[in-house]
Ligand binder design. Structure first.
Ligand SMILES: [Zn+2]
Length: 272
């Protein structure tokens, strides 16, 4: 996985990001060419007004990223403001994450980011803003999203999918699986219909004598089962684990790797 390191004000961070990721941003745009420019352009004034009013520094960084990468500004805008078919709710299966509140390695979180082919170019952005706390964000080249990352205080943000079966059966099965592995009960409340299957046939890994530690986090992220796999290799739904992360909040340490954690060595860095 590419790791880039940018510092300064939003303009400097954006230009640095664009320059460092020229190839990856071009690849991202080519892999996912915009199909709905007319619809996007109709919404663009609202996007810009909202960014200008609420997140002017983000807009500044987006514009600087486009300059640095040598691409049209609206290409970077549309990567950051996707037009999901179902409004604001992406019509896709989600990712898998969990949090341990304690253990010999302190509180930690783990996540596999799942997606279908073709995979977007992934990057770890180490950002040292003149006005903020240093942070590392995992995202796709050209995006500012801070949906997965940790700062130098150990504060983290993650996103995942725990939808009921009406949303996605696969996400629901992984939800049950993790609740059982972490002793958080047997899953969703009784009023949620789980009759279509919840991965009950799989043996669920349990923490060893050391409890919920780094080793157990790796075990979960590498898990392949008959019904539920957290390391995903295409079935069901064509999803693969396209990158994997472990955050250790007490030591501000991050471990991460590209596609299929079961086949990769994790890289590591300390956010400071
Ligand atoms: Zn695997």
């Amino acid at each position: 996985m590419r790791v880039i390191d940018c510092s300064g004000d939003p303009q400097q961070i954006g230009e640095c990001t664009g320059e460092a990721l020229r190839l990856e941003i071009a690849e991202h745009i080519e892999l996912f060419p915009m199909q709905r420019w007319q619809e996007f352009d109709a919404r663009l004034p609202d996007f810009l007004e909202a960014l200008q009013r609420h997140l002017p520094q983000v807009l500044e960084e987006i514009r600087a990223t486009a300059r640095g990468a040598g691409v049209e500004e609206r290409e970077i805008l549309r990567l950051n403001l996707p037009l999901f078919a179902a409004g604001l709710d992406p019509d896709t299966s989600g990712c898998t994450n969990f949090v341990f509140s304690g253990g010999r390695d302190g509180p930690l979180w783990g996540k596999n980011n799942d997606g279908c082919e073709p995979h977007r170019p992934v990057v770890a952005r180490y950002v040292r803003s003149t006005e903020g706390i240093p942070q590392v964000t995992f995202t796709f080249a050209g995006l500012l999203a801070i949906t997965d990352g940790m700062n130098a205080d150990g504060a983290s943000g993650l996103h995942a999918d725990r939808r009921p079966p009406a949303g996605k059966l696969d996400a629901h099965q992984r939800w049950h699986f993790l609740d059982r592995a972490l002793g958080a009960g047997d899953g969703p409340p009784p009023d949620v219909d789980v009759s279509a299957g919840c991965g009950g046939a799989d043996a669920v890994p349990q923490p060893g004598a050391a409890g919920t530690d780094l080793e157990f986090a790796r075990t979960l992220l590498h898990h392949h089962g008959d019904v539920v796999s957290l390391c995903r290799h295409g079935e069901p739904l064509g999803y693969h684990s396209e990158y994997s992360m472990i955050g250790m909040s007490a030591s501000c340490r991050l471990l991460f790797c590209d596609i299929h954690p079961c086949e990769q060595e994790y890289q590591g860095l300390v956010v400071q």
